[in-house]
Every structure is written in structure tokens, then in C-alpha cells.
Design a protein around this ligand. Structure first.
Ligand code: TYD
Length: 137
């Protein structure tokens, strides 16, 4: 659920020669990393995502520029604005997401817990709501 979403503060090594950040499996990422991908050259106004994963968990970082990640667990919605390369957004499985408001030259870097599998995608929001909307207990 949205309660499990969080910003992971990555290490930040400040240096007059330029700053450095890094991430390590287990230490900063709460899953075994099976894949990385990145989204770039997004034209102004475009929206990426618009789906959830049944199993895959992800960590999303704005390595450059900024964008918004809009998350919905079937009950409520929350928007995270990412604009620091040392802030990593943990998104568990079964969270509907889309990304919008990409700044010029922004770079979204994603580490994922599974290899790519189209069958892991839920691309129908109504189905997602039916499966995850439920009642709050
Ligand atoms: P998709 O995840 O649907 O993009 P977004 O949700 O950001 O709009 O992926 C777009 C296409 O890229 C899709 O046809 C499958 C392909 N793809 C891969 O082959 N491997 C991957 O790891 C990812 C993320 C996508």
C-alpha cells in the first residue's frame, strides 16, 4: 500500500571536484536488483507509466532534472516530486503509477526487482481498482 512507499536517502559525498552518490543492493535498496532501465528524451507534457506491477518492485531516481511520480494504491493517491539525484523513491508492487511533468533533459533511473515481463503488468486501472480497491480494514 502507499504506507510502504518511501524516499530512501542515498549517500552523498560532497566534493569540490563534483559530488558523488551511490546505491548498493541490501544496504539502500530493499530488494535484490535484477534490472535497471532509464527514461530520457521525454517530450514536454508527455506521461510515462500508467500501470502497476503484480510482483515487480522499483526504486526511481531523478538522476537529472525533475519529474513527478503519481502513486495510487486503489484507495488513495499521492504525488512525489523528484529533483535530487540522491533521493530514491521506493515503490512496492501493486501500486498504480504514472510519471509526468518531466523537465527538459530530465533522466529517470529505475532499479527493479525482476527482469522485464509483460505479464507482470496490470495496464487496466479498473481491473487494478477491483483487485486493490477493497475496503480499509
Ligand atoms: P513500459 O514499461 O510500458 O513504459 P512506461 O510504463 O514507462 O510507459 O515500457 C515501454 C516498452 O519498453 C514496452 O513495450 C516494453 C519495453 N521494455 C522492455 O523491453 N524492458 C524493460 O525493462 C522496460 C521497462 C520496458
Amino acid at each position: 500500500s502507499l504506507a510502504d512507499v518511501r524516499i530512501i536517502d542515498l549517500p552523498k559525498i560532497l566534493d569540490e571536484r563534483g559530488n558523488l552518490s551511490f546505491l548498493e543492493e541490501n544496504r539502500h535498496i530493499p530488494f535484490e536488483i535484477k534490472r535497471s532501465y532509464w527514461i530520457y528524451d521525454v517530450p514536454g507534457g508527455e506521461i510515462r507509466g500508467g500501470h502497476s506491477y503484480r510482483i515487480n518492485q522499483e526504486v526511481i531516481i531523478a538522476l537529472s532534472g525533475s519529474f513527478d511520480v503519481v502513486l495510487n494504491d486503489g484507495k488513495e493517491e499521492k504525488t512525489y516530486s523528484l529533483n535530487r539525484s540522491y533521493n530514491a523513491l521506493y515503490v512496492p508492487n501493486r501500486i498504480w503509477r504514472h510519471m509526468e511533468n518531466f523537465s527538459t533533459n530530465s533522466l529517470a533511473f529505475v532499479v527493479a526487482s525482476t527482469i522485464y515481463n509483460e505479464r507482470d503488468y496490470e495496464r487496466d486501472f479498473n481491473n487494478f481498482k477491483i483487485l486493490n480497491g477493497g475496503f480499509n480494514i
